[in-house]
Unconditional design. Structure first.
Length: 148
């Protein structure tokens, strides 16, 4: 029972990891983002395996403890199939832009998504896009939807 409880907590950590990494104050690195993506993918498989495993124990010993753990495992299965980031952080609109000389919150090591259209350019810091994942914007006459 203790091992399955620990595996359930580990599974919850795999589900929550992408949300923690996406928080704006977290300095994101390529490795951290890859790890969060892998955790979200792995959570789908571990949730299903955990549900089946706990279900087998419940089948043998019909107790309230196993039923409660099976209910948590079922919740993990459901949560692992939902992209929590899109649900928690909807797309943003109403972009306010600033010239690079006026904007001092981007560090040299920050990742940005850059766009150049007809000689006009725009840079979107990834840590800002990570909060909403997409941003409705315009550059000249061209509609943009930078996403991350």
């Amino acid at each position: 029972m203790k091992i399955l409880l620990c595996l359930t907590l580990l599974n919850l950590a795999l589900i929550v990891a992408p949300l923690v990494v996406a928080l704006p104050p977290v300095r994101q690195t390529a490795g951290m983002l890859a790890g969060a993506h892998a955790a979200g993918t792995l959570a789908q498989f571990t949730s299903a395996a955990l549900f089946i495993l706990i279900g087998r124990f419940l089948w043998r010993e019909r107790t309230w403890r196993w039923l409660a753990l099976l209910t948590v495992a079922l919740g993990c299965v459901a949560l692992s199939r939902i992209n929590l980031l899109e649900w928690v952080f909807p797309g943003a609109g109403g972009v306010e832009t600033a010239a690079i000389g006026e904007f001092h919150d981007v560090r040299d090591e920050d990742m940005v998504i850059g766009v150049v259209i007809d000689g006009q350019s725009r840079a979107y810091p990834v840590r800002y896009l990570a909060y909403h994942h997409m941003l409705n914007d315009r550059l000249g006459r061209t509609a943009l939807l930078p996403t991350y």
